[in-house]
Design a binder for this molecule. Structure first.
Ligand code: PLP
Length: 393
């Protein structure tokens, strides 16, 4: 009988189980919303990136349905062959206006936007200077580019300056940060990094995946929040989180976007968004512009929930956004916290190594504008009960 050449994977999985790093996928039985059902249990959902509740917003749903009726379910091609529809162009025009840039290109995800862009604009002769907590898609893009990768300690602009001082003058350099760091909820030091990029002639790039729809006027992101318009050369945003659907985009100059049309591999070699997704994203931009009160509600809920966790005595790190980590220490404790909360009717996913450092395992909470005060108080009560049980507070 043929021996399974993949049998070593089973050994790897057993090792993960022994280290409390094995993950079961929770299955959503209902819509992605603030109070929903996972694994047949009714829970307050603190685990989605659906910041504004747009996954189920009636205007997005309606536009997606109309697009399916009119254009079917798929595009059948990559953008550069037969897969560009008028609605892809409309979405890009709308996003460019929204982000106050010359042009935008949409990718199939935020991941492919980051990885496809960094790998397209750099070569093996270039250098990238990257925050140690930047998202995996940036790291993969850097690796694919074959540029030299210099990592600086989290948010440490002086350390980035020292790295830059040691580089030869003529080399092309990309300075890159997340706008909001996805596991800690803190913000990249954009004003200081933009100054540094200008002093040293770097290309400045910001991944605003978790800031899109959350920070800045009408959710324009951290560039708007910090008043950095015109100082960030490459902005990445996502359509998969607060925007409620799926996709990512790059915003910048016309030359950058046209170059990506010719060189970004996910744009060239992967099929474009189905009509329903493009239509929902267009509707989402209209919602951000016409219903900004949902962003105000998100921030009111964020303040209420964060202060509740702090009052209970949890270690919530240095978050400045609706992402609030509850740091538990080792992975076993973080997974126990998450599992016990789930039994109490609260879904807050455990996040462990290698996503975060071994001793900073946590549950990550994200409130949305659609949580009610009752939902949030219920969750706080559960955190208090389980936190006392596990000796965390
Ligand atoms: C900081 C950051 N960048 C990029 C992405 C990727 O976005 P998407 O889910 O649209 O692929 C994520 C999502 O996990 C993220 O947290």
């Amino acid at each position: 009988m043929r021996q399974d050449p993949l049998s070593y994977l089973g050994d790897e999985l057993n090792a993960l189980k022994q280290q409390n790093l094995y993950r079961h996928l929770r299955v959503l039985d209902d819509e992605q919303k603030a109070h929903t059902s996972f694994d047949h249990r009714s829970v307050v959902n603190l685990s989605s990136n659906n910041y504004l509740g747009l996954t189920t917003h009636p205007r997005l749903r309606q536009k997606a349905l109309e697009a399916v009726e009119k254009f079917g379910v798929g595009t059948g091609s990559v953008r550069t062959i037969a897969g560009t529809m008028a609605m892809h162009m409309e979405l890009e025009r709308k996003l460019a206006e929204f982000k106050q840039v010359e042009a935008v290109v949409v990718f199939q995800s935020g991941f492919t936007a980051n990885a496809g862009t960094v790998s397209a604009i750099l070569t093996k002769d270039d250098v990238v200077i990257s925050d140690e907590l930047n998202h995996a898609s940036i790291i993969d893009g850097c690796r694919l580019s074959r540029a030299t990768i210099k990592v600086f300690p989290h948010k440490d602009v002086d350390a980035a300056r020292k790295v830059l001082a040691g580089l030869p003058g003529g080399q092309r350099k990309l300075l890159i940060t997340d706008g909001v760091f996805s596991m800690d909820g803190d913000l990249g030091p954009l004003p200081e990094l933009c100054d540094l990029a200008e002093e040293t002639g770097c290309i400045m790039m910001v991944d605003d995946a978790h800031a899109s729809g959350v920070f800045g006027k009408n959710g324009r992101g951290t560039i708007d929040h910090f008043g950095m318009h015109g100082r960030v050369d490459v902005q990445v945003g996502t359509l998969s989180k607060a925007v409620g659907a799926l996709g990512g985009y790059v915003a910048g100059t016309k030359a950058l976007i046209e170059f990506l049309h010719h060189r970004a591999r996910p744009f060239l070699f992967s099929t474009s968004h189905p009509p329903a997704v493009a239509a929902a994203c267009i509707a989402a931009i209209d919602v951000l512009l016409e219903e900004p009160e949902i962003i105000d509600r998100l921030w009111e809920n964020t303040r209420f929930f964060k202060s509740g966790l702090e009052r209970l005595g949890f270690n919530t790190g240095l978050s400045e956004s609706p992402i609030t980590p509850v740091i538990a220490g080792d992975s076993a404790r973080a997974m126990k916290l998450s599992d016990r909360l789930f039994e109490e009717g609260v879904f807050a996913q455990g996040i462990v190594f290698p996503t975060v450092a071994k001793d900073k395992a946590r549950v990550r909470t994200i409130v949305t504008s659609t949580h009610t005060r009752e939902d949030l108080q219920f969750a706080l009560d559960a955190f208090g009960k389980v936190g006392r049980e596990l000796g965390l507070v």
